[in-house]
Ligand binder design. Structure first.
Ligand code: HPA
Length: 267
């Protein structure tokens, strides 16, 4: 399935966004800081993948954040929804077809570190595709052998770190481990994840990073921490908690992004 680009282009009119931004669970508020916004429900664009997960909106928003023209994808499809790791491929291909060569991925995640409490933000420096799935399975071309060294663009990471400094807000850094979900991890799985070198766990983003690198898009990614991983602390982890906590860290991430965007667009 491919996205109907004629429909998308017609709705975008003369807008030429420089950078795409994918918003994770509970982070839809970020789309409200887009000025001169044009909103395009995914449902209006034939072929655009639509998530049915609560807490996710389902629309494209284009406009300016500060001086930077952005294309926000508010809502994403997850591997666990239909067992397809490449569920977001049509969306990312459409982004590329629009001439956008860079993307910021965001998500809600569970923390494995005491110094990354709920409400904090973690810059993703690398990932572990623990689900064992890969969105490029079945891709017939040699481009499938995508190089995943420095998948998270070093210049983008530096720009986000500098922006966090400028805003005087803490920005953790670490490795994100992708579990398929949709059930949360067990405490034993969380201990394993720590042992294997992860700092946060979640159910998204990694397939999009792989697809984006395959397509030649430069990637930055950040997790908003909504809870400690299972067995750490006394929390009862739930999707309701994810949706409730995400906007707190989301507000911090919004400040970092707003400041970083000119550098991300220029780097
Ligand atoms: N595990 C997996 N995904 C998540 C979590 C978690 O603890 N919190 C938010 N998304």
């Amino acid at each position: 399935m491919t996205v109907d680009l004629d429909t998308l282009r017609a709705r975008l009119g003369d807008r030429r966004p420089r950078i795409a931004l994918v918003l994770g669970s509970g982070l839809g508020d970020l789309a409200n800081s887009v000025e001169a916004a044009i909103r395009i429900p995914y449902a209006d664009v034939p072929g655009f993948p639509i998530s049915a997960v609560s807490g996710h909106t389902a629309e494209l928003v284009t406009g300016r954040i500060g001086e930077t023209e952005v294309l926000v994808l508010s809502g994403r499809v997850h591997y666990y929804e239909a067992g397809r790791a490449d569920a977001m491929r049509p969306a990312l291909e459409a982004v590329k077809e629009l001439g956008i060569d860079r993307i910021v991925l965001t998500n809600a995640a569970g923390s494995l570190r005491e110094d990354l409490p709920p409400g904090s933000v973690m810059l993703i420096e690398d990932h572990i595709a623990f689900s064992g799935m890969n969105p490029l399975i079945g891709e017939p071309t040699d481009a499938r052998f995508a190089n995943m060294t420095e998948a998270y663009d070093p210049a983008f990471r530096a720009a986000l770190a500098a922006a966090a400094d400028g805003e005087a807000v803490p920005l953790g850094r670490g490795v994100y481990m992708w579990f398929s979900g949709p059930s949360f991890e067990t405490p034993a799985e969380i201990r394993m994840a720590r042992t294997l070198g992860a700092d946060a766990v979640g159910m998204s983003t990694v397939p999009e990073t792989i697809l984006a690198r395959f397509l030649g898009l430069r990637v930055a990614a950040a997790s908003v921490i909504t809870n400690y991983g299972a067995g750490i602390g006394t929390d009862r982890i739930s999707h309701a908690e994810t949706k409730e906590m995400a906007p707190r860290g989301g507000a911090v991430l919004a400040r970092i992004l707003r400041r970083a965007l000119p550098a991300l667009a220029a780097a």
